[in-house]
Design a protein around this ligand. Structure first.
Ligand SMILES: CC(C)(COP(=O)(O)OP(=O)(O)OC[C@H]1O[C@@H](n2cnc3c(N)ncnc32)[C@H](O)[C@@H]1OP(=O)(O)O)[C@@H](O)C(=O)NCCC(=O)NCCS
Length: 188
């Protein structure tokens, strides 16, 4: 029982009930394949997210938690295996595309000092902002508190620890800018 006491310390009943309802509802629709899956997930997400701007293209097998603090714009896409935790608040603009197995988590555990164990410390919220037209490559990690400015591209397996510049491509761990995107329209 001390496990539960540590984990649930300070959690309000309303928040606990929301997280349980969210977990069950997302599990029910989370594995459905094809267009039916996209449509049902969009309908259920609309009930739970703080905001969802329109139809979204979220593949099966994506984990989303604390979605009452998740605001998403129009034309949102997210691939299989990604994990989005909006405990600290996540705001996304329009045309955000997330590859497979990406982690976006907006909370941190304080780590200074030996006691109490990190496990038992409350999460510190660190809001994440992802502006319009951002593409995040497969396997990337977006650290708590980071802002990805409009037009940012994040390379596969990168770890983003700092805010990005607009229309700039970042790769590596920690992610570094390698070039800017051509400001003109893309070639077909
Ligand atoms: C970031 C990305 C878009 C850059 O593409 P690009 O502009 O064509 O870049 P290049 O291939 O010319 O690479 C530029 C430099 O960055 C390096 N680089 C590219 N992607 C990298 C990555 N993910 N991690 C580390 N380095 C990377 C290249 O090795 C190259 O370095 P060099 O100049 O020392 O040789 C692409 O590499 C990428 O990671 N795309 C994501 C693909 C993906 O995840 N798809 C599935 C999800 S939808």
């Amino acid at each position: 029982m001390s496990f539960l006491r540590d984990k649930l310390a300070g959690v309000r009943l309303g928040a606990l009930l929301f997280s349980q309802a969210e977990a069950v509802a997302f599990w029910v629709v989370g594995g459905l394949p094809g267009v039916v899956g996209f449509a049902l997930r969009t309908a259920v997400y609309r009930l739970f997210f703080a905001r969802l701007g329109g139809f979204c293209w979220v593949q099966h097998g994506v984990t989303i938690v604390q979605s009452n603090r998740l605001r998403v714009g129009r034309h949102f896409g997210c691939n299989t295996g990604s994990y989005i935790n909006a405990i600290g608040g996540i705001e996304m603009g329009d045309y955000v595309l997330i590859g497979s197995n990406v982690t976006i988590s907006s909370g941190m555990h304080p780590i200074e000092g030996a006691l109490p164990p990190v496990f038992a410390r409350p999460v510190v919220p660190k809001p994440i902002r992802i502006e319009d037209d951002v593409w995040i490559g497969a396997g990337a990690v977006i650290m708590p508190g980071v802002t990805l400015r409009r037009g940012t591209v994040i390379g596969a397996n990168s770890v983003v620890t700092r805010d990005t510049e607009p229309y700039t491509v970042y790769v590596g761990a920690p992610a570094r800018a390698v070039r800017t995107r051509d400001a003109g329209e893309a070639n077909a």
